[in-house]
Design a binder for this molecule. Structure first.
Ligand code: EAX
Length: 328
């Protein structure tokens, strides 16, 4: 019995060696990407662009494979450990790994998309990417979800007062939680993977996410009212495992960096187009959408708690971000 099994194994090994020797598949190394929302989303646009560039520039010696995982904290940990190579995650959970990223989560910090993208592309953004290195993560590029908006099942939200008493799922992020507490909501932090069941079961009344996330995750199926509060910008970041990056030769590493730039560009282009078409599409799917929002009223409602919201954050960095202008 033992003999037979050993022989069987030998045959298998030989067979495998022959198959591998047969063609260019020989040296293909799998690069596993995990992130939420699926390959047809704005995150998936990034992964698809990364795959296309990286595989092409390395003559297909690498094969990028996507797996969906809606738990961002889990994917970051998996990248740290090395069970997967890369992820794309919002800054929802990154503050637990790199506290400095919480500075980006302050409500109404960014005036508009150009401001947010400009800051992330500037030295400020590059310095923040470098902060991931000592935490066992290689941060390749800033990407994004867009500006976050509120949805709920109770009522149309027109003013900050309408938010009072709503149970709102927030990301597991103390800056966001404090902001919603200030508005009089009952913030309930949970992973993205728990969001849809929580909305289905009525554990929470609402949530907040950018148009691309609402659209690509079909949140219209579990939410009736959308208000374009744009209360905070939602950055995302592409993270890879340091041992994986360390094994790449110089040319492959340059290919990876080019692939990450292409990924960020594709991600942003998709966010822009989702934001252009998303409101009409979500109305078609049955949501009510409040587009005229008194943003100043929401900012004023948060103002008394600004010090508390920014507690433990880097006030000099926040000032640099606020004062950033195109070309600076
Ligand atoms: O990164 O948790 C969230 O609401 C995030 O915006 C989502 O996972 C996309």
């Amino acid at each position: 019995m033992k003999m037979t099994r050993r022989t069987g194994l030998k045959t298998l090994a030989l067979g495998a060696a022959l198959t591998l020797g047969a063609g260019p598949a020989l040296a293909q190394t799998q690069v596993t990407f995990q992130h939420p929302i699926g390959i047809h989303s704005h995150y998936g646009a990034g992964t698809t662009a990364f795959k296309e560039t990286f595989e092409r520039l390395t003559n297909n010696r690498f094969r990028v494979v996507y797996q969906r995982n809606d738990n961002e904290r889990e994917t970051i940990e998996a990248v740290q450990i090395g069970t997967i190579e890369c992820t794309i995650t919002s800054t929802g959970p990154t503050g637990n790994f790199v506290p400095e990223t919480r500075n980006l989560d302050v409500p109404f910090l960014f005036r508009d998309t150009a401001h947010a993208r400009g800051v992330l592309d500037s030295q400020i953004g590059q310095d923040l990417l470098a902060r991931f290195t000592p935490r066992g993560l290689v941060a390749l590029a800033w990407m994004e979800n867009g500006f976050r908006h509120m949805t709920n099942n109770r009522r149309e939200v027109n003013t900050p007062a309408d938010v009072r008493g709503l149970k709102v799922r927030t990301m597991e992020n103390p800056v966001h939680m404090r902001a919603f507490q200030t508005l009089g909501a009952l913030p309930t932090p949970m992973a993205f993977s728990e969001l849809v069941p929580a909305l289905q079961q009525g554990t929470v009344d609402g949530q907040e996410n950018p148009i691309p996330v609402i659209l690509n995750n079909n949140l219209n199926q579990v939410q009736r009212h959308l208000t374009l509060t744009g209360h905070v910008y939602s950055p995302a970041v592409m993270l890879c495992n340091p041992a994986f990056v360390g094994r790449l030769n110089a040319a492959d590493r340059a290919a990876m960096q080019q692939a990450a730039r292409d990924a960020a560009a594709a991600n942003r282009a998709r966010v822009t187009s989702d934001e252009q078409t998303g409101v009409d599409e979500l109305r078609r799917r049955g949501m009510t959408v409040v587009t005229q929002v008194d943003s100043a009223a929401f900012q004023a409602a948060l103002a008394p708690a600004a010090a508390q919201i920014e507690q433990g954050l880097d006030s000099a960095l926040l000032r640099r971000i606020r004062e950033w202008r195109p070309g600076s």
